[in-house]
Write a protein that binds this ligand. Structure first.
Ligand SMILES: C[S@@+](CC[C@H](N)C(=O)[O-])C[C@H]1O[C@@H](n2cnc3c(N)ncnc32)[C@H](O)[C@@H]1O
Length: 296
């Protein structure tokens, strides 16, 4: 799209403290946002399951056009973190890849609370989170800001990169030479768990992953938030800090009740959210205002 054909920037539904929320279909709003203005996308799109009569839970995330529209608002190399359903995330990953992103990893969020949807199903115990980036090279991830706190860890010089940069790692790297201890915490893993007894029983009490529980408490959801798929604030905080540098702008084209925008604000990032339901926009706006009021 050339600047002459570009439509006027949309008017935010709500805007406060560096957090802009737009009401509408993201495929209409995204082409009107400033090109390359967002440093990362962290989002929880529809899983395409339509469970419980949720008409919004459709297949919008399975089209490359959707992620191309997202791409025009992103800086080159911008990381993308997108939740998916265990049954459908292959379609999400394919659409993201075909839109010009590189698939870099898949994170697992493990939890103990899920219930099977029928007698002929397994109990759901994890959700995938796709990690990709726009183009071929990924901008630096916030590894140090996302380390898992704990006892001092051995500091290891990685053999492969020592000649080039003398890069040091810690926690879980078995090859290489130990050069000391670090207090920075454990190197973050591509698995996060909720700390429930079910997960601890499965992976052992020494579970060395980050701990993030489900979003049950109003502190995490905000008051009067009846969105059916609210993600836990601490989990989104961790993902925002992983994907977006401080002061950068996080994009969420499927904002729901605004959890990612609230997480971005708490982590010192700016945010742009888009949500097609006015009811959910209202909830998100209330949460953003509550945060800004506390800060004022
Ligand atoms: C899984 S929910 C996100 C929930 C969010 N993580 C939270 O904590 O509240 C996905 C949201 O995307 C919205 N949505 C679906 N299709 C959309 C579209 N084309 N444009 C903008 N929003 C859309 C739905 O209304 C829904 O609120």
């Amino acid at each position: 799209v050339t600047p002459t054909t570009r439509r006027r920037p949309p008017k935010p539904y709500h805007s406060r403290s560096g957090i802009d929320l737009y009401h509408g279909d993201c495929r209409d709003v995204l082409p009107r946002l400033a090109q390359g203005s967002c440093a990362a996308v962290v989002t929880d799109p529809p899983y395409g399951l339509g469970i419980g009569g949720r008409t919004w839970d459709d297949d919008v995330a399975f089209y490359r056009e959707t992620w191309r529209a997202v791409a025009q608002a992103l800086a080159p190399g911008a990381p993308l973190l997108a939740f998916g359903g265990t049954r459908t995330w292959h379609r999400l990953a394919m659409a993201v890849e075909l839109a010009g992103y590189t698939i870099g990893d898949s994170l697992a969020w493990l939890y103990g609370e899920g219930r099977p949807s029928s007698q002929n199903r397994l109990k759901p115990a994890w959700e995938p989170i796709l990690l990709a980036w726009l183009g071929r090279r990924c901008n630096p991830l916030g590894i140090d800001g996302c380390r898992v706190p704990g006892e001092p860890r051995p500091l290891v010089v990685d053999r492969k990169s020592i000649a080039r940069k003398g890069r040091t790692y810690n926690g879980g790297i078995s090859s290489g030479r130990r050069v000391g201890l670090t207090e920075k915490g454990r190197w973050p893993a591509n698995a996060v768990h909720d700390g429930s007894s079910a997960v601890l029983a499965a992976i052992g009490p020494g579970a060395r992953f980050l701990y993030q529980a489900k979003a049950r408490h109003p502190k995490q959801r905000g008051a009067d938030n009846d969105h059916p798929t609210v993600k836990p604030l601490p989990l989104m905080d961790w993902l925002v800090r992983l994907a977006c540098p401080e002061g950068g702008t996080v994009l969420d084209p499927f904002a729901g009740s605004g959890t990612n925008m609230v997480a971005a604000a708490l982590a010192g990032r700016r945010a742009v959210g888009i949500e097609q339901s006015e009811e959910y926009c209202e909830i998100a706006a209330r949460r953003i205002d509550a945060l800004a009021d506390v800060a004022a």
